[in-house]
Write a protein that binds this ligand. Sequence first.
Ligand SMILES: *Cc1c(COP(=O)(O)O)cnc(C)c1O
Length: 345
Amino acid sequence: MTRPVLTISREQFRVNLEAVMRRLSSSQLMIVMKDDAYGHGAGWAAEDALRAGVRWFGSYDIATGVNLRRRLEGEPRIFAWATSDDDEVAGALLHDLDLGVGSEAYLERVIAQAGSLGRRASVHLKIDTGLHRNGIRPEDWDRILARTRAAEDTGALRLVGVWSHLSEASDEADDESRAIFTAACDAVTRTGDAPEITHLTASAASWWRPELRGTVSRIGAFCYGIRSAGGPDLEGILPIATLSASVIAVEDERVVIDAGSFDGIPSTLVGIDVGTSGGVRRLEKISETCSEVASWDGAAVGDEVRIFGPGAWGEASATSLAERIGTVGEEILTRLAPRVRRSVV
Ligand SMILES: *Cc1c(COP(=O)(O)O)cnc(C)c1O
């Protein structure tokens, strides 16, 4: 039985990383590796990023961060910002992860774990700059900051950084967020050392709004070549992944390929163009484990059909597919099932 293949280009990944780092100039890249590096595979990607000179890794959760720590030599900084249970926090302290902390309750748990393990936690306090998801409200900031400074004095933690996440809903909203962010950083400086690092922006704002960048920029999508849905192409950046399927049967009007909705291909994608050796053809039907494509002259079992990818004959990228069904490229990639073989070349 054949399976669809996601072919991932390490060379393009390296090119993208260089383009992102050039664009960021003095802001350092923190590559975001959540969801298995957006479905591309976090292990090889982290090693390649380290080789390309990346020194900050954003794991989201602690388990991923611990795996990265075991894999990456030279002690790069690994930042885990998911609010986690006490066992996970202990793991983070033992493996020297930096922790994102966005609530007083979590701060107290981190302090308690550090005390019981005799370790000093590296903490990045998160100010809520408008998303209202996770983050310390501005009205609580001074009080929680004072608590953090007191814990610093006892050796339980080190306040490393201040961070937040933008809504990217509009430039105005992001400007307001930045004003709150700057005030929070100023409050840190008034109570002791200035934050060693500050980080506010993800892919789009880091790329398009240099004035919003902190000393570090947390970037996932653009490193993997996933442009924003509805957004323009990015200079020097291309998708690193190509999804292909194989022809498994040739009928009169249609050709059957070995990729379907169980592989993570949204069934709402019926009607897209896919790339075949006979040119672009319409994807006529999506079933669970196979799909049907309008036929072409000379179609044969074993032929490759490209569903997306740079330079593909059909859709250029996961994002251009996503735009057809009102979602984002990240979702197309992270939904691909384990059955899809990853081939890193
Ligand atoms: C996912 C995520 C990022 C990266 O976002 P991209 O748009 O993929 O660059 C940055 N920061 C946080 C908190 C995130 O959750």
